[in-house]
Design a protein around this ligand. Structure first.
Ligand SMILES: NC(=O)c1ccc[n+]([C@@H]2O[C@H](COP(=O)([O-])OP(=O)(O)OC[C@H]3O[C@@H](n4cnc5c(N)ncnc54)[C@H](OP(=O)(O)O)[C@@H]3O)[C@@H](O)[C@H]2O)c1
Length: 274
């Protein structure tokens, strides 16, 4: 039987690095630290090697379709597929950023929603039975942040599909560019809107994966407020504490009944739509 394999996106630093560290200790198989920059990635691998751990490295820029395909083909060839995928890579502009609202909205949506979706679309083809997928979202994207009643009702109903969510994401960027986003009842921050759509997406993806009847389980989660570059080190959790729920979801045992398609915080299911 092929060796088991886990991949963590954006794991050269921050919470992703904590996830790789934890998986190296607990996962029965190879763990891939991936990064869009080779030096940052191999430096991070060396850091974990100094701790006595043995992560492997592969380049992965989630914004580059060819890069995702290269990793998929490598995994298929070397391992016959993929057992664990942690979609951790993400970006957030600082409050001090001078980039225009349009640029911030477009780039944040491109990475946090569309690039993660593209990783899923590409990697889901090679998921093995009993695979576990973790989408790293945030409480910043709780549905209550949306005050547009029509959109809120539709998303809460859980009756949408992926093309509809893609359309909402595109429309959001267009509305920001047109300067009409405030009146449309979107969340106040672009980051919140991207994470809201990522959590909504996770529910649809989990349903679709369940339909394969191969015990493939996907959940979304929030790592908590973690001390990383993204939080300007204001977070209260260490990266290992922030990684805990992600690792728990990545290692859910075979044939688990719950959580499936949930939003999980501190290892507990949280009502994302409340
Ligand atoms: N920190 C928190 O309090 C907090 C709270 C809730 C949710 N989250 C979520 O947790 C995840 C990790 O956040 P973090 O705090 O650890 O952030 P971070 O320290 O800024 O790390 C983000 C990671 O994502 C990578 N990345 C960004 N764009 C990428 C791309 N196109 N392709 C590949 N990798 C890419 C970065 O790579 P480079 O080093 O090359 O830039 C970096 O490795 C994010 O999804 C974030 O939204 C964080």
């Amino acid at each position: 039987m092929a060796r088991r394999v886990a991949v963590v996106t954006g794991s050269n630093k921050g919470i992703g690095l904590g996830v790789v560290r934890g998986l190296c200790k607990q996962f029965d198989g190879d763990v891939y630290l991936t990064a869009r920059d080779e030096k940052r990635g191999t430096d991070a691998v060396a850091e974990l090697q100094r701790e006595g751990l043995s992560p492997k490295f592969h380049l992965l820029d989630i914004s580059d379709h060819a890069s995702i395909e290269r990793l998929r083909d490598f995994l298929k060839q070397q391992y016959g597929g993929l057992d664990v995928l942690v979609n951790n890579a993400g970006i957030a502009y600082k409050n001090s950023s001078t980039a225009s609202a349009a640029e911030q909205a477009e780039n944040t949506m491109a990475v946090n929603f569309f690039a993660n979706l593209n990783v899923c679309k590409t990697m889901f083809d090679i998921l093995k039975p009993h695979a576990r997928v973790v989408n790293v979202s945030s409480v910043a994207g709780l549905l209550q942040r949306l005050s547009n009643p029509e959109m809120k009702k539709k998303i809460a109903s859980n009756e949408y599909n992926i093309p509809q969510l893609e359309q909402i994401a595109k429309q959001y960027v267009e509305d920001v560019k047109a300067g009409v986003h405030a009146e449309k009842g979107y969340p106040k921050s672009h980051y919140s809107m991207t994470k809201l759509l990522l959590t909504a997406l996770s529910r649809v993806q989990a349903r679709e994966l369940q339909n394969r009847n191969q015990d493939i389980v996907l959940n979304a989660c929030c790592p908590g407020y973690v001390s990383t570059d993204m939080s300007s080190h204001g977070g209260t959790k260490t990266i290992d504490e922030g990684a805990d729920t992600l690792i728990y979801l990545a290692l859910l045992p075979p044939n688990v009944n719950s959580p499936i398609g949930e939003f999980v915080e501190n290892r507990k299911i949280s009502d994302w739509t409340a």
